[in-house]
Design a protein around this ligand. Structure first.
Ligand code: KG4
Ligand code: ZN
Length: 344
């Protein structure tokens, strides 16, 4: 990247993280995530609380990200912001703030699709750490988060072909619900992941039969609940005494369909590069199994660094850097979109 690369201020506020990053082209100069802990007692995100918390956190987080990057306001070339999909109130806070900044600084606005940004996080460069390899287009991306479970061919920075997706709940949501049954906190995915390292996957659940590359997690959740209820009759303390084994079993059942779907996508498309993205791509078992699949089939595998798996603004900057290269700018009249199904 030359010194003439744009300086991007990137803002992400689609759910419960107020995130701001500063980039020079694809190089991350700062990446700040202010996570809202106020939802923890509710076991899920409370939309009204989330928007209020974004209102409070956004301006200080922008200031912090700029000072950490040592970038003055006057150096900003463009503002990249999540336009959707997500919680409308949360999106509106970040999007309106970004539009105001674009007007007051006289710089272009770049609207970013949150899920596309997750998939483009693989292009981020971090000078302070060993540089990760960057994929070529096309690559297959398994995108797994709290709201999405999709298999996508990323053909170009703005061309995404959906191969298959969940027909009901997302895998991240299923992780969170299962964690709630085990009285673990929110978000539950990382807790299940952590406890699973000490357990054995010895509990079994009925897993739904789905067409290739399609997923379903709502039935699995019910089956997990039933298995727990049955086991509690035998051992009332099982959910605490056998916690690691429950976590290992749940994790295995959640990840297995994803790996099968990825295998099918590779078979059908013949594409030789695979990537994962989204919050659940932080999961240890998923990362290990995708790596093993790549070794078995001799494919290039791209795992995002952990800081770019869950929601962050650096990924919004990556999508913004591509859009800037292609001069795809937004308008002040553009509105945040809670639903935005671009590739269905
Ligand atoms: O991408 P993300 O931060 O937000 C959305 O766009 O949804 O994903 C959040 C989801 C949550 O459901 C969380 O439990 C899950 O990602 N997650 C994990 C792990 N880390 C985050 N699930 C399983 N294992 C993890 N290590
Ligand atoms: Zn996300």
């Amino acid at each position: 990247m030359t010194t003439s690369a744009p300086i991007l201020l990137a803002i992400e506020s689609s759910c419960d993280d107020t995130a701001v990053a500063v980039l020079r082209g694809f190089e991350v100069l700062s990446n700040i995530v202010h996570s809202q802990v106020l939802h923890d007692p509710f076991g899920g995100v409370v939309p009204e609380l989330a928007s209020r918390a974004h209102m409070e956190a956004l301006a200080p987080t922008v200031n912090f990200a700029l000072s950490k990057a040592k970038v003055p306001w006057s150096d900003i070339t463009a503002i990249a912001v999540t336009q959707g999909p997500g919680l409308l109130g949360s999106l509106l806070v970040g999007h309106s703030f970004a539009k105001s900044l674009s007007i007051s600084l006289g710089v272009p606005l770049i609207n970013v699709h949150h899920m596309e940004a997750h998939m483009l996080a693989h292009f981020l460069i971090e000078k302070s750490v060993q540089e990760a390899p960057i994929p070529d287009f096309p690559y297959i991306c398994l995108t797994v988060s709290g709201g999405h479970t999709q298999l996508v061919i990323v053909r170009d920075w703005n061309v995404f072909d959906l191969l298959g997706e969940t027909q009901d709940d997302a895998v991240g949501e299923a992780f969170d619900k299962a964690a709630k049954l085990l009285s673990l906190g929110y978000p539950g995915g990382p807790m299940i992941d952590r406890h699973a390292t000490k357990g054995v996957a010895r509990f079994s659940f009925s897993e739904p039969k789905m067409p290739p590359m399609q997923f379903s997690y709502s039935g699995l959740k019910t089956s997990i609940l039933r298995s727990m209820q049955d086991e509690v009759k035998r051992n009332p303390n099982t959910l605490t005494e056998d916690l690691p084994d429950w976590c290992a079993s749940i994790q295995q059942a959640m990840i297995r369909p994803l790996i099968n779907g990825l295998r099918e996508a590779i078979d059908q498309s013949g594409i030789q590069q695979i990537a994962i993205a989204g919050g659940v791509s932080a999961n240890r078992l998923l990362r290990a199994q995708v790596t093993a699949l790549g070794q078995e089939l001799q494919l290039a595998v791209y795992l995002p660094p952990l800081s770019y798996t869950t929601d962050n603004a650096a990924m919004i900057g990556a999508a913004g850097a591509f859009a800037f290269q292609h001069k795809r700018f937004g308008q002040v009249s553009d509105a945040a979109k809670a639903k935005w199904n671009k590739y269905e």
